[in-house]
Design a protein around this ligand. Structure first.
Ligand SMILES: Cc1cc2nc3c(=O)[nH]c(=O)nc-3n(C[C@H](O)[C@H](O)[C@H](O)COP(=O)(O)OP(=O)(O)OC[C@H]3O[C@@H](n4cnc5c(N)ncnc54)[C@H](O)[C@@H]3O)c2cc1C
Length: 287
């Protein structure tokens, strides 16, 4: 496993915020992951687990430690209605593979540019589905580097939440998913519809990390922001999208700090006008 030094992370975060990391590693399997974690401990360095970087805002231009990207841990196997997959598998990959095996359930995930691990962490979802609906078991490494397998019923999860957000030392290494028998042609139709709907409603032509805020109960974050007339508002290169007000886009070399300042501005305005506290869906990484 190669350790890259002073690595440019611009293409490893979908906001395309510019930064470097002291070290960058891509373990190919759980044994390599464990061995790099042991090395990091012995060197007393810090580390961050990264999937596809599609739900994270880096606020510094340098990460002073190891970024461990799990995208090379991407093996999966489909047998009947069950999928066993490593956490670095991309959602669009597993969505399409399941459809090709005439399984239904993951059509919604075909346009979400994250890994399975990242999606379990935040219980990613769309169109009233979420990944935890289909998870049976999760295998993770705990702080002491023990491998544990749990049923999804052993943890709390909900709308864009799982306990992995609370116990940040746990690293998801693989999972099993259970889907239903379906019809390939019908699933492909749903997949196409979801993708076209996204193209029409989301600013996919610009770097972003998807929806910025969770929807408040019985409301839509995007509508609240749009009704405040904030579409197009910007702080330096970070803009509230004209196409979808719950997206912040990097139009012109935005830094993570520009994005966070814009997030705080939106939260303040929404609180002032509607007395609603918007909750961030994305992770802020402060070095
Ligand atoms: C255009 C666009 C559209 C999107 N649409 C949606 C949508 O419809 N629904 C939705 O829910 N999200 C959406 N997202 C957000 C994002 O794609 C998902 O949240 C995705 O699941 C994040 O996965 P990731 O691998 O990129 O995570 P990352 O951004 O790499 O990481 C996010 C967090 O998870 C942690 N993490 C990652 N992998 C692991 C692991 N294996 N073990 C433990 N912790 C881990 C990281 O440390 C970090 O704290 C969208 C993003 C974009 C850019």
């Amino acid at each position: 496993m190669k350790i890259y030094q002073d690595y440019d992370l611009t293409n490893n975060n979908t906001y395309k915020v510019k930064l470097h990391t002291k070290y960058f590693v891509l373990p190919n399997n759980k044994n390599e992951l464990i061995s790099i974690l042991k090395k990091i401990r012995s060197e007393k360095e810090k580390h961050l687990i990264l999937g596809n970087g599609s739900n994270i805002i880096f606020t510094s231009d340098f990460y002073n430690g190891y970024i461990i990207c799990l995208k090379n841990m991407n093996k999966y196997n489909i047998e009947n209605d069950t999928i066993i997959a490593e956490s670095g598998v991309m959602l669009p990959t597993i969505s399409l593979a399941s459809i090709n095996n005439s399984l239904t359930g993951l059509e919604w995930a075909s346009a979400i540019p994250g890994t399975l691990g990242g999606s379990i962490y935040g219980n990613a979802g769309a169109y009233l589905n979420s990944i935890m609906d289909y998870i049976e078991t999760i295998t993770y490494l705990d702080k002491e580097l023990n491998i544990k397998t749990i049923s999804k019923n052993d943890i709390n999860y909900g709308y864009r939440y799982s306990d992995f957000k609370k116990d940040k030392d746990n690293i998801i290494i693989s999972c099993t998913l259970k889907l239903n028998k379906g019809n390939k042609e019908e699933s492909l139709k749903i997949l196409k519809d979801r993708q076209e709907r996204r193209k029409l409603t989301q600013p996919l032509e610009y770097p972003s990390a998807g929806s910025v805020f969770r929807n408040p109960p019985n409301n839509y974050a995007g509508k609240l922001i749009e009704d405040l007339g904030l579409k197009g508002y910007n702080i330096n290169g970070a803009y509230i999208s004209d196409k979808h007000a719950n997206f912040i886009i990097n139009k012109n070399n935005a830094t993570g700090e520009d994005i966070v300042k814009l997030i705080n501005y939106i939260k303040e305005k929404v609180k002032e006008k509607y007395n609603i506290e918007l909750i961030l869906e994305q992770e802020i990484e402060r070095d």
